[in-house]
Design a protein around this ligand. Structure first.
Ligand SMILES: *[C@@H]1O[C@H](CO)[C@@H](O)[C@H](O)[C@H]1NC(C)=O
Ligand SMILES: *[C@@H]1O[C@H](CO)[C@@H](O)[C@H](O)[C@H]1NC(C)=O
Ligand SMILES: *[C@@H]1O[C@H](CO)[C@@H](O)[C@H](O)[C@H]1NC(C)=O
Ligand SMILES: *[C@@H]1O[C@H](CO)[C@@H](O)[C@H](O)[C@H]1NC(C)=O
Ligand SMILES: *[C@@H]1O[C@H](CO)[C@@H](O)[C@H](O)[C@H]1NC(C)=O
Length: 344
């Protein structure tokens, strides 16, 4: 009886706290409910409501299990205050995403689990929802990539494909808006020919790394789990044509605008790259006099080759105009910078 009373007093105190803000604990395990319904935290919160308060000084974690054949979708609403406060997710491959302000832009995770960690000094707000769903059952395509690369509208609709190439594949994502590219989180990349392969990462994190990702095997599976209605592009190349390019700098200038790009490869090869139907007008270009500037429509190979100029010969050839869906400007070494305009 005394124990029961103590528990009752404990419950009362929890209720008292929750009027100021919720509290949470570490090591919670959330499994997909058999009825397939969403799990909310706190359980009465819904995503169309403002995020409820979270008491100061919380340190919490939820381990979310994901059955094979399913993925999980996490929507967080909340804001942290204080320097060392954060929301953090860790996926099954160990990839980490940390933030302090979440505006319900979804995260997607493959099986077998992901962890959500919340730690706050000052009072904060937090509400989240987890749903589970099956992978798309159909494969849009199964493509062998060779000399010609493939450009895919990756987040427009649900999309699942496997790509293979003799020496492996190179991926580069080109978000529609380089400042706001969270839609790339719904695209997952696996080594192998299905979601049962080895999970690597999502396109959001691969883009954030600011360089190409190269597979270790010769087949990959790429799946965009939900239609995002965005014009984010994914460039898939045979890695034999990209492996020696140590840095790719994406040319993401808006249509009808003028932009600058620069790179310094030291003694290694680098490239500026642009995708999408348009024309690049190179007004100004500086490449080391002993370096070469070579333009390819497509991948860096004989089929894509257009023109090659030495750093010494460039000034007398400006401006230069190139048009195509995938243009690579490969620089053999050293510092390079370019001023260009994008025209329809
Ligand atoms: C949220 O949605 C539910 C069900 O659709 C509705 O009953 C509720 O009034 C909504 N709440 C707000 C704050 O809009
Ligand atoms: C938080 O940041 C402020 C300003 O940058 C600093 O003065 C303060 O010491 C920091 N507090 C903690 C707990 O790190
Ligand atoms: C992507 O989709 C848009 C709109 O549907 C279309 O105009 C564009 O050509 C597509 N791009 C590719 C590479 O398929
Ligand atoms: C770019 O300029 C062309 C020609 O002046 C115009 O037709 C087009 O609408 C412009 N596009 C954008 C996105 O500003
Ligand atoms: C871009 O490059 C040109 C040519 O070097 C230079 O005159 C201009 O100031 C640069 N613009 C920016 C914004 O850096």
């Amino acid at each position: 009886m005394a124990q029961f009373l103590a528990f009752f007093v404990f419950l009362l105190s929890l209720t008292a706290i929750s009027t100021a803000g919720n509290v949470c604990t570490t090591g919670n395990v959330l499994n997909r409910p058999v009825n397939g319904q969403a799990i909310y935290w706190p359980s009465t919160w819904r995503t169309n409501e403002t995020a409820p308060g979270l008491e100061a000084g919380q340190s919490c974690s939820w381990i979310v299990t994901i059955p094979s054949g399913y993925y999980a979708k996490l929507v967080i609403s909340g804001k942290m205050n204080g320097n060392s406060s954060y929301f953090k997710t860790v996926d099954t491959a160990g990839n980490v995403i940390e933030s302090t302000h979440e505006k319900k832009e979804p995260y997607y995770f493959p099986s077998s689990k992901f962890t959500l960690i919340v730690s706050n000094e000052a009072a904060a707000t937090l509400g989240f929802r987890i749903t589970w769903a099956k992978y798309p059952s159909t494969l849009q395509y199964s493509a062998v990539i060779g000399a010609t690369p493939q450009l895919v509208n990756i987040t427009e609709g649900v999309f699942a494909a496997d790509f293979s190439a003799v020496t492996g594949l190179s991926l580069l994502a080109f978000p529609a808006d380089p400042k706001n590219y969270h839609t790339l989180r719904s695209t997952l990349v696996f080594e192998g020919n299905s979601y049962t392969g080895i999970y690597i990462s999502n396109l959001y994190l691969l883009y954030k790394s600011r360089n190409q990702w190269i597979s270790s095997g010769n087949t990959i599976y790429v799946v965009n789990l939900e239609a995002r209605h965005r014009q984010d592009q994914l460039l898939v190349q045979d890695a034999q044509y990209t492996k020696d390019i140590t840095q790719y700098v994406e040319m993401d200038c808006a249509m009808n605008s003028t932009c600058n790009v620069s790179v310094d490869g030291g003694d290694k090869k680098t490239a500026f790259i642009s995708v999408g139907s348009k024309t690049d007008v190179l007004y100004w270009l500086s490449v080391h006099v002993d370096a070469f500037f070579t333009v390819y429509y497509g991948s860096q190979n004989q089929e894509g080759y257009r023109i090659s100029l030495s750093g010494y010969n460039i000034p007398s050839n400006l401006p230069l105009t190139f048009g195509g869906d995938v243009i690579q400007y490969v620089i053999t070494k050293g510092q390079a910078s370019m001023q260009y305009q994008v025209n329809p």
